[in-house]
Design a protein around this ligand. Structure first.
Ligand code: GLN
Length: 316
């Protein structure tokens, strides 16, 4: 299969472009173990539906999946508890608030507004607990979609999250009090922290994004890995809520369904074309990776990946 020289060159240029912004970001420190990340690490990977892999920079570097796991948690929740049950506990509207905000649980309604914020992911993790082996099943799902059987837990980050997870515990207790959670708050947050602490690299995430881009079917094998109605829900929520309270700006400037995590990863999916992922632990004030954001922005602009490409938008 022929390598696409335009993708190769644009990826190299995207990395150079992104590097000029890294100094503007800071690694996450609210989870002490994440503070050990190197802010100048930058990696990216693009996998096209014809199976070609384009990798650049620190593509082999592992980092914790963090909030990108929220897409997998939603998938598993829909698979184990079904549409009605999941969406009786969590909504589908963007919040405009920080990912770890508690405020809407009191002022808007008791249900978290969407599955891509911490409160919503804790509610979907609760749905996953109906499986016999939630940890094992989640790991198996992640490994299958990322196409790597050696994906494992980063134990140090997991312990660090547990120690520093007061806000997440508060949300869980509020939701247990309001009967949104059906299991004990401590058990649910434990599963949530564990899901966030799986260690991945950009190639893993690009593989997963490719399956989403191809509506659940692995284009390389023809195997159906996910039902298309589930993929549609996940990608829709990635568009509206995947980049925290910068989802609107990202939709306008980049226009790729994406999900970001405070470990520094961003995964993006381009309909029927490619899965992509980038990594850089330096975060902007909203918790999105500075370098990964810029890699995706550049690729979108110069490869015409915006879902409304043809419209004029500029890389600022
Ligand atoms: N585990 C992190 C937390 O709960 C995930 C947040 C994120 O990546 N935005 O705070």
């Amino acid at each position: 299969m022929a390598r696409n020289e335009l993708i190769e060159k644009t990826l190299t240029d995207a990395m150079n472009y992104a590097r000029t912004f890294l100094h503007t970001g800071k690694v996450a420190t609210y989870i002490p173990e994440l503070a050990k990340g190197y802010p100048d690490k930058l990696g990216a990977c693009v996998i096209t539906t014809d199976g070609e892999i384009y990798s650049a920079g620190d593509w082999h570097q592992e980092f914790t999946i963090q909030s990108i796991s929220k897409t997998l948690t939603l998938i598993m929740a829909l698979q184990t508890a079904g549409y009605d049950r999941v969406f009786s506990k969590v909504g589908v509207e963007p919040t405009g608030d920080a990912f770890n905000s508690l405020v809407r649980l009191e002022t808007k309604n008791t249900h978290p507004l969407n599955p891509m914020i911490n409160a919503g992911a804790i509610a979907t993790a609760d749905c996953c607990m109906n499986s016999k082996d939630p940890f094992g099943d989640f790991l198996a799902l992640t490994r299958k979609l990322c196409r790597r059987n050696t994906i494992h837990l980063d134990e140090a980050v997991f312990q660090s999250e547990k120690k520093a997870g007061m806000r997440n515990r508060s949300m869980a207790y509020l939701m247990q009090g309001d009967n949104i959670l059906e299991h004990d708050a401590e058990d649910v947050v434990d599963l949530y922290f564990w899901m966030c602490s799986l260690s991945v690299n950009v190639e893993d995430l690009a593989n997963y994004a490719l399956i989403l881009a191809n509506n659940g079917v692995d284009p390389r094998t023809g195997e159906t890995l996910l039902e298309d109605w589930i993929v549609r829900i996940v990608k829709t929520l990635m568009v509206t809520c995947g980049m925290y309270d910068a989802s609107g700006e990202f939709a306008m400037k980049v226009g790729i369904p994406a999900k970001s995590g405070v470990g520094g990863g961003i995964m993006g999916t381009v309909e029927r074309k490619m899965g992509l992922a980038a990594f850089n632990p330096a975060l902007d004030p909203k918790g999105n990776s500075v370098g990964a954001y810029r890699v995706l922005e550049y690729l979108s602009h110069y490869l015409g990946l915006h879902y409304f490409s043809g419209s004029s938008y500029t890389v600022s």
